[in-house]
Design a protein around this ligand. Structure first.
Ligand code: GLY
Length: 565
């Protein structure tokens, strides 16, 4: 069975069981500047575990492209990948009193029993994996979270499933781990001792660092396609499956070397280029910061590994058809090769690797840290963790310098220029809410224009604002910034948005669902506006708000210019 067939079988299996098949979302999460990449199938559905009535189907299945860079140093062994496809089935809005619910999705959702049975059925009946090869684990309980006895009982009731093991939090509890994320105990399916499928039973929500019982329960499962294919093809090496063989044999041709003798280099090249292509296809371009920096490191590491197996000319674009992908790879490789040899010579002859030397090797020669560490090792020299940390610090400082000097540290990642605009965008929402307090609730937005440097905001008001009104508006906005309020988004119908009191432009440009951004307590937010985003995660990221100008724009319309400093 080939990978394409397995992917198809999975989606059809769940479609036959009432699931709506939805497309993969982008590797670059929408409206979420705090996360770099999509790392799990449930990410695009996160919100529906709390608001199940907003999704078009209580049962969904997807094949989601994912990128996880946490294991990047493990890549090179038999099974680790940075990019992979995750097969998943999802259920939303389950409660133990489904019958009482008025929600449209009630009754169609499911929880542990069906999820476990679907999993077992798919593996043993659809894929015909021998039952004796399959084992499972469930959550044994840890700290204040009780054991998942319910799953244990369901597993025990399955004929032919002989191995059921209780395990701890790190194996059988899953959540994205960010504030507001659903989470819960899991059941894992293993084949020949290799973990293939993770069934998450969302019955908690992470609030202020604690898992609190959630109003609704739901299911989120994830099964790595590449690993599953390896298991089915009975290959211990994921790179020997039909997913990777074409790229492996292409590397053999280009390098005139054999995979069997250079496994580690081949695997890193294959994995990294596959990830690079997926990122470029989703609009990421190589850069010195953020997502672009991850992409750059993947491409450059593939090039250095290529050099180690004797490839000394541009090759990264040779594997791919897409013109945009080819151009990006070609440009990045040409740029890197200009300085690569000189940089490698320095690594070869360098006696001491201080943090500054490591940093300069990237700044001047474009060689990312992990490559320096690996190359130096090839010449028998270890680089200490202190030096690595020092160089990472220098790099971060350098990256931050390219932002407005007074900008607050952006949580969860390195900022790029666009973040300035995002911060001002969130500030504009605070500004409108403050204007409505100071000038009256009939004030609405009549236009805005936001650049990295400043925001320009037009609104209806007859007179020139008084100096004390301007001061009052600034004071309110800065108070809300200092309260570090959360910014949350909900998707809802226009009718719901209107009745919730959201401000914003209600016109036909919007689809039937609109995004409503709330700043502050979700029950009673300070600001509630229809908007496409993006926004910062918390107002504390904004800095100090200052109105630099208040003037007439046209008859009955005032214009404010403001900055964050
Ligand atoms: N969301 C389930 C997983 O990533 O395993």
């Amino acid at each position: 069975m080939k990978s394409a067939e397995i992917r198809k079988k999975f989606l059809e299996f769940f479609q036959e069981r009432g699931h709506k098949i939805m497309p993969s979302s982008s590797l670059v999460p929408e409206n979420d500047p705090s996360v770099l990449f999509t790392t799990a199938g449930m990410q695009q559905f996160k919100r529906y575990y709390s608001f199940p009535d907003e999704i078009s189907s209580a049962r969904i299945a997807t094949c989601q492209k994912c990128l996880r860079t946490g294991d990047i140093y493990e890549v090179g062994d038999e099974s680790h990948l940075t990019f992979f496809e995750m097969l998943g089935n999802f259920s939303f809005g389950w409660t133990r009193k489904n019958a009482d619910l008025t929600q449209t999705n009630a009754g169609k959702s499911y929880f542990k029993k069906e999820a476990i049975e679907f999993g077992w059925q798919f593996l043993t009946e659809e894929l015909k994996i021998d039952k004796a090869r399959i084992s499972t684990t469930y959550f044994a309980g840890e700290k204040e979270i009780p054991a998942d006895e319910e799953s244990a009982k369901i597993l025990e009731g399955i004929a032919g499933l002989d191995e059921i093991k209780p395990t701890g939090f790190s194996e059988t509890f899953w959540s994205l781990g960010t504030e507001g994320s659903p989470g819960g105990p899991t059941v894992e399916f293993y084949v020949d001792g290799i973990e293939v499928w993770n069934l998450v039973f969302n019955q908690f929500v992470l609030r202020e660092g604690k898992y609190q019982p959630s109003e609704f329960q739901g299911v989120d499962t994830g099964m790595g396609l590449e690993r599953l294919v390896a298991v089915i093809e009975s290959k211990s090496d994921i790179y020997e499956t039909d997913i990777f063989l074409p790229i492996i044999s292409e590397i053999e041709k280009i390098s005139d070397k054999k995979y069997g003798e250079n496994k580690r280099e081949f695997r890193i090249i294959a994995d990294h280029l596959r990830s690079a292509v997926a990122l470029i296809s989703d609009g990421v371009v190589p850069a010195n910061k953020d997502r672009g920096y991850v992409l750059r490191r993947l491409i450059r590491r593939a090039i250095v590994k290529g050099r180690q197996i004797g490839i000394n000319k541009n090759f990264t674009a040779d594997f791919f058809e897409d013109k945009n992908v080819k151009t990006e790879l070609e440009n990045e490789e040409t740029k890197f090769r200009k300085t690569l040899e000189n940089g490698l010579k320095i690594i070869e002859t360098q006696k001491e690797f201080s943090g500054k030397v490591l940093f300069d090797l990237y700044q001047t020669y474009g060689i990312p840290l992990e490559i320096v560490v690996e190359e130096a090792k090839n010449f028998g020299r270890e680089i200490g963790s202190g030096e690595i940390q020092e160089s990472e610090k220098l790099l971060r400082q350098h990256q931050e310098l390219s932002r407005t000097a007074s900008a607050g540290m952006f949580k969860g990642g390195l900022a790029d220029d666009k973040i300035e605009t995002t911060r001002l965008h969130t500030a504009a929402h605070l500004l409108l809410a403050a204007l409505r307090i100071v000038l009256g609730a009939d004030v609405s937005q009549k236009g805005s224009n936001i650049t990295e440097e400043r925001l320009r905001f037009d609104f209806n008001h007859q007179e020139k604002m008084l100096p004390e009104q301007i001061t009052e508006v600034e004071k309110i906005v800065n108070e809300k910034i200092s309260e570090n309020l959360p910014v949350e988004m909900e998707e809802m119908s226009i009718v719901e948005a209107k009745s919730s009191g959201a401000t914003g432009v209600f016109d036909d440009r919007y689809g039937d669902k609109v995004k409503v951004y709330m700043i502050g307590d979700i029950e009673n937010p300070f600001s509630r506006e229809i908007c496409g985003g993006p926004h910062v995660a918390r107002t504390g990221e904004l800095g100090h708000f200052k109105i630099t100008k208040e003037e007439s724009s046209s008859s009955g319309i005032r214009r404010i210019k403001a900055i964050l400093e």
